[in-house]
Design a protein around this ligand. Structure first.
Ligand code: ZN
Length: 354
């Protein structure tokens, strides 16, 4: 209850498991469209029990909760678990047609790792779904959880929750490039997230580009200088991998868990060096051949052949891959087959639920 309005549902954003908070059961993350997830082990200030706030969904994304039409109250929970000063993250929050926050700066409201909550009341839903819209203005939007209350509305159980017939992986190598920002926006526009970026350490010069990429996927290791690793000594391979891990970390992304050898070139020396750095050496199940001049239609066809658990090789520096036509068709085909995008499990190399 909030006041005397009964609970409809509560969600622990960015978390694979539920959590109790202030006597309310928050379920594992669901109903999100887009965004990526992250977490912290830091203690959250301002609340007795901070677990709800230690996980987040971030990026520019929506929650769409299937509900009957009625009047709703939404309690939002957020924490700045990443930025360490004011002005580094500003984002907008809308619920249905109401502007809840414009350029919200969590750091200014509650500091780093501080719990922030806000109740939005009397939200009218007329379209069968309660839409919470989070859009980054400076860096990404973030949310830790939300609880929905209503006196006259409920979850609409006649709407089947989107269930995935399988998970496939889109991988984009050789970035970041000068086109990365536009490319990331396109991925977001077509709901193509999460994806996996295999980056070259030497290409990383702007951490904000990496942060953009993280809003639609994960950043993994493709070597520093795109050398054919089978021509290198073990210590040279280690150097390539370490320097790239370091560049990725310095840009604010998590430590990579996957390594894709340039050209797929690998031998025992290469895979041993990778495993010493806890990197799983991954190739691909399907090759888009974009590096060899494949047309947009050929790339779309190659992606359309992917089956549950498989990933496809594509490149960020190939015009036929990153163009709107290719990406929108890939998105449509995935939806039509009831598949979802997933991430690659570093224990098995298979694509699984994100
Ligand atoms: Zn490459």
């Amino acid at each position: 209850m909030v006041g005397n309005i009964p609970l409809v549902i509560a969600v622990n954003a960015g978390a694979p498991a539920g959590v109790q908070f202030e006597g309310v059961q928050y379920q594992a993350d669901r109903y999100a469209i887009g965004g990526a997830v992250a977490s912290t082990n830091d203690t959250i200030g301002g609340v007795a029990e901070g677990k709800l706030y230690q996980t987040e969904r971030y990026g520019s994304f929506n929650y769409e909760i299937p509900v009957t039409n009625g009047s709703y109250t939404v309690k939002l929970h957020m924490a700045e678990i990443y930025q360490e000063e004011a002005g580094q993250r500003l984002f907008n929050v809308d619920i249905e047609n109401s502007t809840i926050f414009t350029e919200l700066d969590l750091y200014s409201r509650a500091g780093h790792d501080g719990a922030f909550s806000h109740v939005a009341s009397e939200i009218a839903v007329n379209d069968g779904k309660l839409t919470i819209k989070l859009n980054g203005v400076v860096s990404n939007a973030t949310i830790a959880g939300f609880a929905v209350y209503s006196a006259n509305g409920a979850i609409d159980n006649t709407v089947p929750e989107r269930d995935c017939k399988g998970y496939i992986g889109l991988t984009f190598d050789d970035g970041p490039t000068s086109n990365t920002r536009a490319f990331v926006n396109r991925l977001r526009d077509y709901g193509l997230s999460p994806v996996t970026f295999f980056v070259n350490g030497r290409n990383i010069d702007d951490p904000s580009v990496i942060r953009e990429m993280m809003s639609v996927g994960e950043i993994q290791n493709h070597g520093y200088s795109h050398s054919r690793m089978t021509n290198l000594t073990k210590s040279q391979v280690l150097d390539e991998l370490r320097k790239t891990n370091e560049a990725i970390r310095n840009a604010g992304a998590p430590v990579p868990t996957l390594f894709r050898p340039p050209y797929g070139a690998r031998n025992n020396t290469v895979t041993q060096a990778a495993s010493e750095l806890n990197l799983y050496t991954l190739t691909w199940d399907a090759d888009s051949k974009d590096w060899n001049g494949a047309s947009s239609a050929q790339i779309v066809r190659a992606a359309n052949a992917l089956q549950d658990g498989q990933n496809i090789l594509m490149h960020e520096n190939q015009r036929n891959t990153i163009n709107a036509n290719t990406l929108s068709q890939i998105a449509e085909n995935i939806k039509a087959k009831g598949l979802c995008l997933g991430l690659i499990n570093p224990a098995t190399g298979r694509v699984t639920a994100p």
